[in-house]
Design a protein around this ligand. Structure first.
Ligand code: PLP
Length: 451
């Protein structure tokens, strides 16, 4: 809205002004001035079907006509039953029950609590610690924030956060040593988990929480080959739950319904959100393995948790329509094809640029890490606020992307995260790369850096 106009909304940033989004057209968002923005980041890896998918909208309307809402302490409902079946039939390993929430933070909060209750009901109430990773993000509620390893997001709330042990992420671009193969690095990175478990005493550890592919904090960093296989072995050895956060990376974003399929492993708890409702509805989910559910069922029978909007029928109907659209249009294949094509185009445009250190990712989940010096991998001075400048310059050019800072250590480093809708066509992939190149160029020259 115009800066002159009074707003009563508590916006994310009180010193910023935001254009008003009024319409969607496939992968474009249109503002009140009629300007079109190509959505190269799905907002924050949300809008996987673009912004005007009719069949999803119709399914939501039909559910509203039938039954908008019924509280889950009185009823179950058809959309949540059908969506749970759809998710579980495709889920890896022993994941067998779904708890529906309204977003990713709630899903991870739920994961932490169900994991704790499982051990209490199992007769191991001394298990109280979570291990997670630096340079990660699991949400902004206090439990999810505590397991997250994003220093910028944690700092203000540090005194309120539960004590969590953080190990290093699996981040080959910066942490793989010279002469070390990707596989050797993956094992070395995973072995940090064993050391952390032994330090805390295995009998005290509840679970290990990790993003399958690290999203906003590192910029689409996939695990090294073999990393999660070794993590799975370590968790099994010590009876520690493996809890994967696929809030960003799941639901087709990497070209697989569950990102961990590509790693050949299954977690004991998996969370998803974002692409689950594709932005058409606010929904998240926490999937749990049969043995966790059974322990609670055979014990107290009651999960000490719950929110007013869990299993919301309209949200579930929307997410079910999203899943059907992905299936009907064979979009997982399109994600893989688009991902390969976009990566190729990015490499052609940026591969030789002195300020691009790394282009990585999986499917339509791609990160471009920016550096001051390609050889030494030295990042730009954070005072340049390069990532913030790129975001503004991209918006000016009609492109939404998701740049972030602190890539290296929470303070230094810049990357751009790309998570476009799965439906982009070749000319739109070209438009994306061209606008991104322009925006980064504009930002570098504004910051006084030669490009
Ligand atoms: N987990 C990951 C990996 C995320 O990227 C996010 C959000 O960006 C969350 C959890 C939190 O999800 P939400 O913002 O829906 O609460």
């Amino acid at each position: 809205m115009p800066e002159s106009q009074q707003s009563y909304v508590f916006h994310r940033h009180s010193k910023a002004s935001y254009p008003t989004a009024v319409a969607g057209d496939g992968p474009y968002v249109i503002d009140s001035e009629g300007k079109r923005y190509l959505d190269a980041s799905g907002g924050a890896a949300v809008s996987c079907l673009g912004h005007s998918r009719k069949d999803v909208v119709e399914a939501i309307k039909a559910q509203l006509d039938k039954l908008p809402y019924a509280h889950t302490s009185f009823f179950t409902n058809e959309p949540s039953e059908q969506l749970a079946e759809t998710l579980i039939k495709k889920a890896p390993g022993r994941l067998s029950k779904v708890y529906f929430l309204s977003g990713g933070s709630e899903a991870n909060e739920t994961a932490l609590k169900v994991a704790r209750q499982y051990f209490v009901e199992k007769g191991e109430p001394q298990r109280r610690f979570f291990i997670a990773r630096n340079q990660s993000y699991h949400g902004n509620t206090l439990g999810a924030l505590a397991v997250g390893g994003n220093p910028g997001r944690r700092a203000l709330f540090q005194p309120l956060l539960i004590d969590t042990t953080h190990i290093e992420p699996c981040y080959a671009y910066r942490n793989q040593r010279q002469g070390e193969s990707a596989e050797q690095y993956g094992l070395r990175a995973a072995d940090e988990l064993e050391a952390a478990i032994l330090k805390l005493g295995a009998e005290n550890v509840i679970g290990f929480v990790a993003e399958t592919v690290v999203g906003a904090t590192l910029g689409a960093v996939p695990p090294a080959p073999g990393y999660f296989k070794r993590i799975r072995e370590i968790c099994d050895k010590y009876g520690v739950l493996l809890m994967l956060d696929e809030v960003m990376s799941g639901m087709g974003r990497t070209g697989y319904m569950y990102a961990c399929e590509e790693d050949g492993i299954a977690p004991d708890i998996l969370t998803c959100a974002k692409g689950l409702g594709a932005g058409y509805q606010a929904i998240g989910a926490c999937l749990v393995a049969d043995f966790i559910y059974d322990t609670i069922r055979e014990g107290s029978g009651f999960f000490h948790h719950g929110f007013t909007y869990i299993g919301h029928p309209t949200a579930c109907a929307g997410a079910l329509a999203v899943q059907r659209a992905i299936e009907k249009d064979n979009l997982l294949q399109k994600v893989r094809d688009n991902g390969a094509s976009l990566t190729g185009k990015l490499e052609a445009a940026f591969g030789q640029k002195p300020y691009v250190g790394d282009i990585r990712g999986r499917g339509c989940f791609i990160g471009v890490e920016l550096v001051r010096d390609r050889e030494s991998k030295e990042p730009f001075d954070p005072a340049l606020r390069l990532n913030a400048r790129i975001k503004a310059k991209a918006m000016a050019r009609g492109l939404m992307c998701y740049p972030n800072g602190g890539t290296v250590d929470g303070t230094r480093g810049d990357h751009v995260l790309l998570a476009p809708p799965f439906i982009l066509e070749e000319p739109q992939l070209d438009e994306l790369v061209e606008k991104l190149e322009g925006a980064i160029g504009d930002a570098l020259s504004e910051a006084g850096v030669a490009s």
